[in-house]
Design a protein. Structure first.
Length: 331
């Protein structure tokens, strides 16, 4: 199996979150062709995870990553060194490397399996569904772009919606109204001024104000305004939640709409390490074994218009995955 050819084939199938059916079908067919016992795990509508195991024994090590991508769809291309296109490093190249590694490991009699998921880029729905039917595996090797280094930890995520309310009035008489946008701006300034926690292993908690919306028209005092925020967590969120609510009190309401916890992860000797500032499906796969995080490609080019993966790094990942699995199986 050529991981470069498979990567390009997968990249050329559009699979933006919510539309993973076609790429899932391609993977299912490929895994059946390679002789695995594969099945489609229903998630929602025409979306499904793909699970692959060996007939003769349950998996002790499961390789996993996600099939979905962020928009927009970008077809594949390549030059001497790299494969380009949406999902090349996040995470279709990783899928190809994991399949290639399993092909090598099964020849040595290793009890391996694979789990390819939908929805990681949005809400980890595929992982949450998969966690209801674990196979009894001891280890889960999750793939994300880590430059072929093992992650010592991954930051969590706290998605928050800040809502301010006001009173409409004619903009010529602002004293008769109450501007929700001005309230929201003040609330956001208070949040930006907060000192956020730090963790010596992974660095600081960070804040991104990703979306702002509100108002009716330029000549209307706005009665509503909303902002969507994302904190990258480096520990428990309890104190941050309280500080955040206190900061916006009297101006707006803060509602947590999603939390993915900070995770400390296992490493093994002999493989270089890193700290992942991003989140993964790992917190939603707690029943699939002790988690490790490793994959080819750089997170710095993921989600960009020039996303790519190095061919050399892709091939190196196959060997690295084999090395890692063998070390884990020997424990």
């Amino acid at each position: 199996m050529d991981p470069i050819k498979l990567t390009r084939r997968l990249v050329d199938i559009e699979s933006i979150s919510g539309n993973e059916g076609a790429v899932g079908a391609e993977l299912y067919d490929e895994l059946c062709r390679l002789g695995y016992t594969a099945h489609k795990m229903p998630v929602a509508h025409e979306r499904f995870n793909v699970v692959a195991t060996l007939d003769d024994r349950p998996p002790q090590v499961v390789f996993s990553t996600h099939m979905d991508t962020v928009p927009p769809f970008i077809r594949s291309s390549e030059d001497h060194d790299n494969i380009y296109g949406r999902g090349s490093c996040d995470a279709k190249g990783i899928i190809a490397a994991q399949i290639a590694a399993c092909q090598k490991l099964r020849k040595d009699g290793a009890a391996v399996g694979m789990l390819f998921l939908v929805g990681e880029e949005r809400d980890s729905l595929g992982a949450k569904i998969a966690n209801d039917t674990p196979p009894g595996s001891r280890f889960l090797i999750n793939g994300e772009p880590t430059d072929n280094r093992l992650a010592i930890a991954s930051k969590g995520a706290l998605r928050v919606e800040i809502t301010a309310r006001g009173k409409m009035a004619h903009s010529a008489y602002p004293h008769l109204g109450e501007s929700a946008i001005e309230k929201l701006l003040t609330a956001l300034e208070r949040l930006r001024a907060m000192k956020l926690p730090e963790n010596p292993k992974v660095g600081p908690c960070t804040l991104n104000i990703g979306l702002i919306e509100g108002g009716r028209a330029p000549n209307v005092i706005p009665d509503h305004a909303k902002a969507q925020l994302l904190y990258r967590l480096v520990g428990p969120s309890d104190s941050l939640r309280k500080e955040m609510s206190d900061a916006v009190a009297g101006l707006a309401e803060a509602e947590v709409v999603l939390e993915i916890p900070f995770m400390e992860l296992r490493t093994v000797p002999g493989i270089e390490t890193m700290a992942a500032a991003f989140t993964t499906d790992i917190p939603a796969l707690s029943k699939w074994g002790m988690p490790l995080l490793l994959g080819p490609g750089s997170i710095h080019v993921a989600h960009t218009d020039r996303e790519f993966i190095s061919k050399k790094e892709l091939h190196a990942a196959v060997e690295l995955y084999c090395t890692l699995a063998k070390q884990l199986l020997a424990t």
